[in-house]
Design a protein around this ligand. Sequence first.
Ligand SMILES: NC(=O)C1=CN([C@@H]2O[C@H](COP(=O)(O)OP(=O)(O)OC[C@H]3O[C@@H](n4cnc5c(N)ncnc54)[C@H](O)[C@@H]3O)[C@@H](O)[C@H]2O)[C@@H](O)CC1
Ligand SMILES: Nc1ncnc2c1ncn2[C@@H]1O[C@H](COP(=O)(O)OP(=O)(O)O)[C@@H](O)[C@H]1O
Length: 550
Amino acid sequence: MLRAYASSDVRRAEGELVAAAPQDALMKQAADGVAAAVSDQLTLLGATVHGSTVLALVGGGDNGGDALYAAKYLADSGAKVQALLVSTKAHPRALAAAKKAGVDILDAARLTKRSQLRALVAEAANKAGVWVDGIVGTGGSGPLRGTAATVVGQLVSLRDSSPDEPVVVAVDVPSGLGGEDGKVAGPHLTADVTVTMGAMKNPALLPPACNSFGSIEVVELGPVEAPVSACRLTAADVADLWKVPGRADHKYTRGVVEVVAGSDSYPATGIICARAAARTGAGMVRVNIPAAASASLFAVLPEAVPVSGRSQAVVVGPGLDPKDEGRVDEMVRAATKAILRSLPVVVDAGGISIIDRILARLPERAESMGSSPVRRVRKFAPNVVLTPHAGEAAQLATRLGFSEASGGVARSDIEAAPAKWAGLLAEKTGATVLLKGAVSVVCGPEGDTFTQAEAPGWTATAGAGDALAGILGAVLAMEQAQAEADGHSLSASETAAGAAAGTWVHSIAARLAAGLGAGPELGRKKKVGHPILASDIVQQIPAAIELALR
Ligand SMILES: NC(=O)C1=CN([C@@H]2O[C@H](COP(=O)(O)OP(=O)(O)OC[C@H]3O[C@@H](n4cnc5c(N)ncnc54)[C@H](O)[C@@H]3O)[C@@H](O)[C@H]2O)[C@@H](O)CC1
Ligand SMILES: Nc1ncnc2c1ncn2[C@@H]1O[C@H](COP(=O)(O)OP(=O)(O)O)[C@@H](O)[C@H]1O
């Protein structure tokens, strides 16, 4: 499991280690990790440190100190290294060490003319095959300012227009992306690899900032005693959570899913969802879809059971047209019945627009917020999973009374800080919220946060969300069956982890369908893959699960 912490917590936890260690010892350890990452990147390109040209971008704090010591180590190993100082301060001992090792120091911060600065940056940047970004780390505040912003803005365009893109290795965090909420507020260099110190900080896992970290290497500096603020499941975590059926299992111990999907406008939507639930390993899939789609469903999923009955999870909403009153009623009834029985429920797509009607049928419960008096509210339980994409989340947030500068909440507000919004929606509704996107974010109402970033862009195709809803139904039914056997109810954390695991399976199935490997590829020649259908994702679900389990 990848875990991220608040930068302030990591700084506090490591402050004591820094104080107890010999002068600059941790900084040298950090720099050693950066130099090793540069060497690894060069190896992937078939080059060596010896003879390579490296440009270190150096800020005025300890992040710049890390970069300067890394510059020294690389120069010691035979690289031609230039260090561009973007601040009038530079870590004095690291600067002296770099100079002594033969690093060429370019004092950009003291140049008064913009044209001189641009010429200096262009010359240094164009001849370097590797850029080490040590301008600002966890000590940064807000978007890059002053010389740092000018230099980074210029480097971004140089990199975009260069036929031989340099490798970018970021120190701790890509400069300018240190904010705790994952927002991207200004210019920054997207890294190929980020060498992070001590532990991952929030932006490394939170979108959209996490998209600019490249692969992440952690230099262990000592134990981090701090609350985890975001997690990302790996294959091993999915395997831990998955229940492999044994000799004593039967349909109901594996988990039965009921899919209530489709409407007059979209009769066949339930087919993908039901097939995905079946392929994820549900013991049985009960279906309630419009009669017009029945024949097509049974042609591709004869195993589907067209009657409701005992089930361990219910999916409502795929293919629901809110104008189809009959189907709205059926879905409201199915969801309410399951919720009143404390069963997990996935509310997807059109279902998101009818949650007020589901809530209206639930009993009120007492809620106390801090010192304010106890209020009676209607909320979901954490085992209800809402799966909006950014557009649906914006509409939901607006309906729930949130507002941004423009009045209401826009899709762009959600996309600028998905984890914040998934958290707010979870808190407000009491449900677990899976906010879908290139990086999907799962937030539970008790604070659990997962971000899964494995999905390729090819996943953005009609019906992919229906497949995800089916997978989630099956995973939650599997967890619920296990909880029933163990005599407990599904907790908020288990639900959030299950939703994250379902997202992982969906994303890996999409990768396999698109002809991509299961994990991020190293090196510059990355496969691009090919277009897929949502049905192709469904087809690859068993292979994705097998990949986790082996
Ligand atoms: N705390 C620790 O345990 C360790 C920290 N290390 C490094 O130290 C870094 C933190 O160092 P610092 O606290 O000195 O802080 P930073 O070096 O991250 O940032 C401080 C510098 O950036 C400037 N700055 C801040 N915001 C800016 C903005 N928006 N635009 C332009 N410049 C801006 C400040 O004026 C100051 O010069 C970490 O990210 C890591 O790289 C490592 O040396 C290893 C140990
Ligand atoms: N750029 C992207 N990269 C990777 N995955 C994406 C991207 N955009 C969307 N997705 C994923 O594709 C799926 C689309 O779901 P959704 O929008 O509900 O589609 P539909 O309603 O047509 O089924 C979600 O799982 C989402 O996370």
